[in-house]
Design a protein around this ligand. Structure first.
Ligand code: C5P
Length: 401
């Protein structure tokens, strides 16, 4: 709920500043009180008159107003705010924020803000890809700021390109969720553990064994569980997806062994755990410390060892009241294989998707599932988007808790 919330909207000098007008209008429409703080170069892109007419407050750019001599206290603005949103955030402002270069009112306000800060980067692709920009964004993340980017891996962002500012409607959604009172949501106060993506098993410093899992299904599950009020631990293998939800903590891992360790830690306090990751079945017996050379004469033989079964390990640890679910991606004998997995891993239910169904499985935006319960009950679902499938699975889980 944004109604009555005090939002500082920081606008910097990027072409996406025109979108800030829509963002401001939506925030005001949602009932928020908005104070705009703009950088000097932001004013080159959008006039303060428009912004002040929409927000109903004078726009702050300088430390003091030249004609009246009125002093603007960045500390007071920082204390007034329930949240600060910087949209668009240019590479330059992000760099200043990351490194404490407070040479304008916006960055100064940021440094004294006590409220949560949301940053929507906007710049061209090359600037976004530069290591210094990437490092600065990571710094901001590590300081606890929320970075709002268009969900990568989704069709739209492939078409429009990385670096574009998230749409104002979605920025408002992120804020709205942040201020949501989770107390009356069905999963509030409950921890949910989700695994997602592939695992990479190192061969040498530059090569690995991996698979095509995109992580989309697991990320959709994490988002849905958090929307339902859960505190989510999302243990994610290497994927290009990001998630920004105040109730999702992402633990990034690479190998199956790292994934196991993160899961074993989070599992005891999780009421619901859904194993959605495509874990590599085998790892290298011996990881080479130097890159394997081509001029070896004979082609090398890689010796593999079995990886731990994470779901089965958690199945052994499971206490009464905990729900553990797995996924089964099958190409044949779907039903009997799925039932076998339920038993072997001590699952409460398994989500079966068959590669024989068009639109199901890896790298698609859709999925067609059947949920099979340990007791034998079978629940088939229609082909749906992964977001809708996630909602079905979370709703099903809630009924089981
Ligand atoms: O045995 P299979 O790999 O087909 O089982 C798939 C299910 O088990 C998925 O839920 C997957 O996340 C989980 N799994 C696991 N650890 C493994 C292999 C699979 O958690 N090493």
């Amino acid at each position: 709920m944004l109604k009555g919330k005090h939002i500082v909207l920081g606008i910097t000098g990027g072409i996406a500043a025109y979108k800030s007008v829509t963002l401001l209008r939506l925030l005001v429409k949602a009932g928020a009180e908005v104070q705009v703080v703009i950088t000097p170069s932001g004013k080159e892109f959008i006039t303060p008159v428009t912004l002040s007419a929409l927000s109903g407050k004078p726009v702050i750019c300088d430390f003091f107003t030249a004609n009246t001599g009125e002093w603007h206290s960045h500390v007071d603005i920082g204390l007034w705010a329930d949240a600060m949103v910087i949209a668009p955030a240019t590479a330059s402002t992000i760099g200043k924020m990351a490194n404490g270069i407070a040479d304008n009112m916006l960055v100064t306000t940021y440094l004294s803000a006590k409220a949560p800060v949301f940053v929507a980067p906007a710049m061209d692709l090359d600037m976004m890809a530069h290591p210094s920009t990437k490092a600065n964004i990571e710094k901001l993340r590590s300081y606890g700021n929320h970075i709002i980017e268009p969900a990568s891996g989704e069709l739209a962002s492939h078409l429009v390109g990385k670096g574009r500012m998230e749409e104002p409607e979605n920025i408002v959604k992120v804020l709205d969720r942040f201020f949501d009172d989770p107390a009356d949501l069905p999963l509030s106060g409950k921890q949910v553990l989700i695994t997602a993506g592939p695992t990479y098993e190192k061969i040498d410093p530059v090569r690995f064994i991996g698979n095509y899992s995109s992580g989309k299904m697991g990320y959709a599950l994490a988002r849905k569980a958090a929307d339902m009020g859960a505190d989510v631990v999302l243990v994610s293998g290497p994927v290009s997806l990001t998630i920004d939800h105040p109730r999702v903590r992402v633990v990034r891992v690479e190998s199956a062994c790292e994934m196991l360790a993160a899961c074993v830690e989070a599992f005891p306090s999780s009421r619901l755990s859904i194993m959605c990751a495509a874990v590599a079945d085998y790892a290298l017996e011996h990881v080479e410390s130097a890159k394997i050379k081509r001029e070896h004469g004979e082609a090398p033989v890689l010796r593999l060892v079995k990886n731990p079964d994470i779901a089965a390990t958690l199945g052994q640890m499971k206490a009464p009241g905990q729900i553990l679910a797995g996924f089964a991606l099958e190409t044949d004998h779907e039903m009997s294989n799925a039932v076998e997995k339920i038993n072997k891993k001590n699952l409460d239910f398994i989500v079966l998707n068959s590669l024989r169904d068009e639109g199901a499985g890896f790298r698609t935006d859709t999925n067609k599932i059947t949920i099979i319960e340990a007791g034998g009950a079978v629940h088939p679902y229609e082909l749906k988007s992964k977001d809708e499938v996630a909602a079905d699975i979370i709703r099903f889980s809630i009924d089981k808790l």
